[in-house]
Write a protein that binds this ligand. Structure first.
Ligand code: OSB
Ligand code: MG
Length: 368
């Protein structure tokens, strides 16, 4: 692939409205854009999706920059590769730090697809030409949630996800179901409960939720298997699945009936595809999770979600869900509830350099 340079752009953009969970409020998003250029001047892009603080996983923007600068980029520099899949074993010498790895790995996938003049979705084995779009409501009152749900349904979103926790669950969902008895809805707890809350969680079976996401501890597989036996509502795991082996164990133990795949959380597209392939074989539906991301990661998610096992709407929403103006052109749009999978080579979206520069904090270049 003859990579000649890697550039890191640290950017920062305010969200159009704050994103509230019981763990943290995100109102400004920092991120890392990775640009990998080959000897012919072809550029591939990736995005680091760690947050500024370690509330969702242990990684942060700073730890990602450290890993990229001091370990991952030097490894790639010393070990030229000819296929993005080679990065998986190359990066194995470094423990975890999945979001840092995925930032660089996804950029190399985009470059590889562009070198072969193929859409990334095709390179990965994607079959869908459009993907069903869902959206997340992350607010702290039923009245605000109802307003947002109304707006998102108007915009065509096919599934609504709401954030829940012990102070915002039964009453909150009652209000929503009173207004919207039939819409496809699910709830994400981001580990707000423990097994002691089993009766509280059982009560949520009343709401005909598509699934409940990550009710118990962020690193648990065992207790979710105990809980799933008590619930009618399917459990979907997010935080607990950081690798192929986690997915295999969770499915074997019956800890979940659905898996949310996030490219950053599992360390890249290669691992994401392995999890997808395994779930397809085991008839476990998967959907693509979101990280309040900018357009580059959004584009990688679209390519991933074009794979055949992505059968339910995930958290890939339009650029306008979070941003006044995204860093890609065209922006991601949702039409009649669907996002079209692009046909252009690579991720199929151009980087809007003007916008990127407007929100740029720092830039670092590594010449190979
Ligand atoms: O738990 O899925 C999550 C956002 C940031 C961190 C974790 C999560 C989320 C979301 C939605 O729920 C993300 C999105 O729509 O981009
Ligand atoms: Mg989640």
């Amino acid at each position: 692939m003859k990579i000649v340079s890697v550039e890191l752009f640290v950017i920062q953009m305010p969200l159009r409205s704050p994103f509230l969970t019981h763990l943290s409020t995100v109102d400004t998003r920092e991120g890392i854009i990775v640009k990998v250029t080959n000897k012919d001047g072809i550029a591939g892009y990736g995005e680091g999706v760690a947050f500024s603080s370690p509330w969702y996983t242990e990684e942060t923007v700073s730890t990602s920059l450290h890993m990229l600068t001091d370990f991952l980029i030097p490894l790639l520099q010393k070990n030229p590769i000819n296929h993005p899949e080679n990065l998986h074993s190359l990066f194995n010498s470094i423990r975890r730090n999945h979001m840092a790895k995925a930032a660089l790995e996804t950029a190399v996938w985009d470059l590889f697809a562009k070198i072969h003049s193929q859409p990334l979705s095709k390179i990965l084995g994607g079959t869908h030409t459009e993907i069903a779009s869902g959206v997340v409501v992350a607010t702290d009152s039923a009245s605000k949630a109802l307003k947002q749900i109304e707006q998102y349904l108007d915009e065509g979103y096919q599934r609504i996800k709401v954030k829940i926790h012990p102070n915002q669950d039964y009453f909150f969902l009652t209000e929503i179901r009173r207004n919207y008895p039939d819409i496809p809805i699910m709830a994400d707890a981001n580990s707000a409960y423990s097994l002691e809350d089993v009766d509280r969680l059982k009560a949520l079976d009343d709401f005909n939720l598509l699934m409940i996401e990550q009710p118990l501890a962020q690193d648990d597989i065992l207790e979710h298997s105990i809980l799933q036996k008590e619930l009618k509502t399917p459990i979907c795991l997010d935080e607990s699945i950081v690798s192929f082996d986690d997915a295999r164990k969770a499915i074997e133990f019956g800890s979940c009936k659905v898996i949310n795949i996030k490219v950053g959380r599992v360390g890249g597209l290669y691992e994401a595809k392995r999890i997808h392939d395994y779930c397809l074989e085991k008839e476990i539906p998967v959907w693509c999770g979101g990280m309040i991301e900018f357009g580059i990661s959004r584009a990688h998610n679209i390519a991933l979600a074009s794979l055949p096992g992505f059968t339910i709407p995930g958290d890939i929403s339009a650029s306008s869900r979070f941003w006044e103006e995204d860093i890609i052109s065209p922006e991601v749009v949702v039409e009649n509830g669907f996002i079209t999978v692009p046909n252009q080579p690579g991720i199929g979206f151009n980087v809007n350099e003007k916008r990127l520069n407007e929100i740029l904090l720092t830039k670092k270049t590594f010449q190979f």
